[in-house]
Design a protein around this ligand. Sequence first.
Ligand SMILES: [Zn+2]
Length: 313
Amino acid sequence: MAACSAPTGPPASNPLQRELEAATSGTGSLAHLRKLQRIADQNGGNRASPGPGYDASVDYVVGVLRKAGWQVSTPEFDLDGDRIRNVIAETKTGDSDRVVMAGAHLDSVEDGPGMNDNGSGSAALLEIAVRMGGSPEVSNQVRLAWWGAEEVDMDGSTHYVETLSRADRGNIALYLNLDMVASPNVAYLVEGKGGCDEDAADGSTEVARVLTERLAGTGVTPEIIEFMCDSDYMPFMDAGIATAGAFTGDDEKKTPKQARRWGGQAGEDFDPCYHASCDGLHNVNVKALDHYTDAVAGTLGYFALSVSRLSAR
Ligand SMILES: [Zn+2]
């Protein structure tokens, strides 16, 4: 790995980034989260895939996206005989040879409604999709994904990447993952250092840096950490695509230094309801959701106008 201590220059900024950050809000994300909670309540208390809570979540997301003018498809994959849908949404505008992509897993575990994990990432992405609309003035096409069966073994994202043609994989400039962006005892983290089985593609550091800058722009001091190697960026990393992860912590404990920086309780889990039945709406950190909604919107807006920074270093 190259040293990461060099000055990074001015923060990434352009008009679409600023416009999207101003337009999106945690309040908007929270409205979608409330719908997902209701869906869980009506389907045995969870949104696990395969399952009816997941199917209803897909239907909800697809409805919102179509109304907002996106091109939407729901490609299916097979999981032990069950057919499960991913949701893929694309802008009608922008160059499809340079796709700027973001995704979040839409399924929960069977033990709970999955509001922080990962209703939060799903809802933030949906809020961004609504504010961006399906025909923004962009140079690069924006593609958003809501994945099934992440909680099984990242099956939805893995199937998606593995069934793309070599050319289509090469057309994806970057993939930004959202998995848990509203942990109650929050850590403002960006996964973007190192790699997993192999090092992440070179541009990954830049994706992480831009998200970090945009988070800083919302008034928090984020930390870039090593990839946890346990979410839907894995198949993209394996395919050599630049990637980073937005993440506010799961069942690891907050350090005293982190508590001084971000508030909250040192020595306690970032999310005490991780993968548990108590991961409901009351478990959601609305402030964290707001920071990440704006910062991810800004990051996508920035790269939708230019991805030159990915290869500039
Ligand atoms: Zn998750």
